[in-house]
Design a protein around this ligand. Sequence first.
Ligand code: FMN
Length: 763
Amino acid sequence: MRTDFGDPCRSVLEVRPQGNPSSGPENEGNRFRRGISEQDELKLQLPSCAPFEITGSSSDRLPVLPERAVLRTHMKAMQRASERYRAGDMASFYETLTASAFRVSNTSVTLANPELPDCPIVDVSRGFEQLTGYRRSEIVGRNCRWLNKGCPMCPESRVKLREASRQQKKFVGILTNRRKNGEVFQNLLVMSPLRIGNQFYLLAIQADVTNADVDLTGEQDRMHEELNEIVDAIFASIVNAWVAMHSHLDMLPLTRPVPYVEHQLRVLYQPEVYEQAKQQFVVLAPAEAPNSTRLSYVNTFLQVVDSTDEAGNKSSSGLFRRSYSEPSLNDESSMIGGSKRLPEEVLRESLRYLEVGQGPGPVARPRQVKDVEGRVRLAEEPLASEGSGLHPNGQDPSHQAKLGQGLSLSSAAPTVKWKYQGGGEVESSVVVGDKLVYSAAGKRIFALDRETGSEVWSFAAQQTILASGALAGGAFMVGADDHFFYALAEDTGKLLWKFEAGEAGEFTGGATVGEEEGVVYVGSADEKLHAYFLNGTKRFSFEATGAVCSTPALDKTGIYFGDDFGRFFKLDRATGKQIWRQQFPANIRAPARLEPDGIFLSIGDPDESQSGEILRLGYDGSTTWRSDCGRGGRHKCGSCWTAPAVIGDVVIGACGLDSKSEGFIWGLEKDSGKVRWKVQTGNDCQTSSPMVVGDAVVVGCTDGKLYAIGAQDGARRWHFEAQAGIWTTPAMDEHGTIFIGSHDGYVYALEGTSKAGRDAAEM
Ligand SMILES: Cc1cc2nc3c(=O)[nH]c(=O)nc-3n(C[C@H](O)[C@H](O)[C@H](O)COP(=O)(O)O)c2cc1C
């Protein structure tokens, strides 16, 4: 190991143009620009660093990120940004957007916050990880000095670097640094202060100039250029956030640029150029960039404007580009979103979009779909899998236990393990707990021993219980026709708390728990979706447009439910505010089935239009298909109030009309909604949601039968017959025992019908 470290200042100081009076030490940028005559000397005198424990191997070359991963990174940043915005933390809102602008860049970029103790790095690019061998997680939160630890540094550079950090000044210089694998290299650092909103940062880019053949003059110019481009990208990222949030809020193709863009264009362009650009933006972006996301719309817009100058000539550096590059390094500090260039009112107006906007939601890959009215519009599908909507206790919103998910259904009919007479019709689907199962009959809520069926406790409500409950936080929670929603201690049935819904506030739909936020969501006939913390304090209530009888379904970002006016809503899970809603022609009492590639929903009206259908929606609420069930009139599947099941490429829905004593279980093609098979039953099956067991479903009908049906072909496996109609959704425990309640007053535990086996959905 070398102990002679050479002259650390040489690498910087020797790079000096001869005899130029203006090249003082405070003008390092110019010094580089004027050329280097002693490159050979520079090469010979490369300083070395003190011995140092090698902490790792040099990072393998980072793979080029696929476009999808880049988009996902951006979207994650957008989601984080909107969360921060909602939390009122504007500084970290901007910071997140800023970082997202360079995170995936192959240029080495570092952003430090000089207002925090010891000026820590707040974010770095992939290029920096590549250059130094350190991963982002090892870097963020630390001062960058560990790169020069043990290495010689010219005192002048050290003073300047410290000054730069303290007083937010520029710095340009070559530093001797060491990678994670111990390798020493010469790091050309170009650093500039940057102001974003009211926050100052230091933005730096690094380049390895160890190779003496590097043209330092050119390199430094290129780095300044790059720094400007990064600033542009940061600016664009912030504008993009506005655009995305604005467009997400309206759930429409963009019809106008957001104020910042508009402002920039209006002041900089002739009115006709502005109009032309706007037109191009609105029309061209989706058509010409079918594979891009909304995030890129603004860039498309910029491109469009970029390529057309005032005289209508194609140009590669149009005015808009100049305007959006405006926050540059020409000043002592660059400005983004500050009041210097952006008038307050424009900024305020832009931010208003964020205030009302609920965040960007899942990333869109725009494609054209028809909505319910047949209008062509852009749809979006989530990039990453949306949440499954599962209950914390393993149940989905339609109260099917998923505990027996790895099981498959045998063709042997089940036998009754136990049955419990509840003393009234059972309409509340059984919820499976660790040791107990929970349900209700007539006006009584009860808990039964899972193994024996013996009653452990019961609680008397004042009216019938039709709704299904949920387990969380030590409570079994369920609403009743007496307008009360009860939270009962899960082991004793003791009343922990209750709340009363408003006028006509019967509870018909089930409750769903958002475990992360500790909130139970439940709809009521008072036309509201109620959200209560698990200690009984109200979180919010959302005014729908009709009775809310559909059990809410949750994914990471949203709360999904329908009402009796035919509206299906997505609320922001973080704020309870509406993100979008869609109008359908009949009541929505079904819990939505949230699958990674779409929302599956049933609608229906057994009394009036007597029509029903099964639908597939995108995560922006657009309709992908409506199944007409091939029965004479359009969309007539009977009335469907249950969550469709999805197994492989088949969607299974249960529907029917009690008034006509007819019922069908439908097997539909997942891609198109076309009928693959149907099974006729003795009466309607419109309130029991099909439970998935391996490659089959189990579903109850009001003819009193519990049907087991193969998903692929609709073949009947077995049926179990109760003494009266089955209105509840079956539940299953991890051993394959099925729990089902009936109008005959019994809760049945059925066994012997499932066996361990591969889930057909995986085949
Ligand atoms: C944004 C930013 C990036 C920096 N990048 C580097 C770098 O790549 N290599 C390096 O040796 N120092 C870098 N520094 C400088 C060190 O953080 C520190 O200022 C320098 O080591 C002098 O301070 P010290 O004497 O307290 O160590 C960077 C500083 C900032 C603010």
